[in-house]
Ligand binder design. Structure first.
Ligand code: DGL
Length: 282
């Protein structure tokens, strides 16, 4: 196993974190929106999944990772985990002096897209129980039927890189079939791991279902906040914005096994990447 990372300044980049590898779906959108930015991503895979853990556990891990990134010198945090948003984003915002951009299930856009008036929200156990999601349903769900569906086992599939096999297809059907049977035509991917299962969902259901992933909206909000707070990177003003020497670095770390994480994160990222080991025991 690689040496644990020591605390080194990270050029005032942006810190992004999740319970595991799922937040890479958000990191991809941020990388596309901010090509010159240095990004550091933490996957808390040793402690994943969060979705069936207690509030105290999720809050403690969220504060631990947020605090580590702040100590590293990042100038903004992105919480790429719906579960941590639902349970711990307030505690994180109370604790840190950095701006925090957080993901939450795309219930509002789903309401405008549905034709049948029935929406499925696929998420972890803690997310479907969270006050945040209940409030989003009340705020935007007038006149619609919103079916909240916890999907235990899906996070583990993505953590193992099992995106397409028979076991995966069967577990996808297990939670989605009942929603389709009740008339759902729009599904909210309310966990950042789930967009990596989207090709398999589309393979089963074709274009029958609209699938919503808010990753690009999160990246857009991050750009807006950086701009508003005058925290954006200056290199975007260069004459040749796609000069590769000006592109930002992407650094990936995990609390789990970096070799295993390297295989899975390379698969999800779409190119071979090195993952460093981070030792935070909390
Ligand atoms: N990616 C996390 C989310 O968006 C997964 C939570 C978990 O580890 O259960 O909720």
């Amino acid at each position: 196993m690689a040496e644990p990372l020591t605390l080194q300044p990270f050029n005032h980049g942006i810190g992004v974190f999740d319970s595991g590898v799922g937040g890479l779906s958000v990191l991809k959108a941020i990388r596309a929106a901010l090509p010159h930015e240095d990004l550091i991503y933490v996957a808390d895979s040793l402690f994943a999944p969060y979705g069936d853990k207690s509030h105290a556990y999720i809050t403690q891990r969220t504060l631990e990772l947020g605090g580590w990134l702040e100590g590293l010198g990042v100038r903004a945090l992105t919480l790429a985990c719906n579960t941590a948003t639902g349970v711990a984003v307030k505690a994180l915002r109370d604790r840190t002096r950095l701006p925090v951009v957080a993901i939450e299930p795309a219930i509002k856009p789903a309401v405008t897209l549905t034709r049948t008036g029935v929406i499925g929200v696929l998420a972890t156990q803690q997310t479907v129980l969270s006050e945040n999601v209940i409030a989003l349903c009340k705020l935007h769900g007038q006149g619609k039927q919103i079916l909240l569906q916890a999907c235990p086992g899906w996070v583990e599939l993505v953590e193992q890189g099992e995106l397409h096999g028979a076991k995966t297809l069967s577990l996808l059907r297990h939670y989605i079939d009942p929603l389709v049977d009740q008339g759902a035509d729009t599904l909210v991917l309310g966990c950042t791991h789930y967009p990596f299962l989207q090709p398999s969902i589309e393979k089963i259901y074709g274009s029958e279902l609209k699938l919503l992933d808010p990753a690009q909206a999160v990246a857009k909000e991050l750009v807006r906040r950086l701009d508003q707070l005058k925290l954006e990177t200056t290199s975007k003003d260069t004459k040749n914005p796609l000069d590769s020497s000006k592109l930002g670095r992407t650094r990936l770390v995990t609390t789990g096994d970096p070799v295993q994480a390297g295989h899975v994160m390379s698969q999800l990222w779409g190119e071979s990447i090195v993952v460093e080991h981070l030792d935070i025991w909390g």
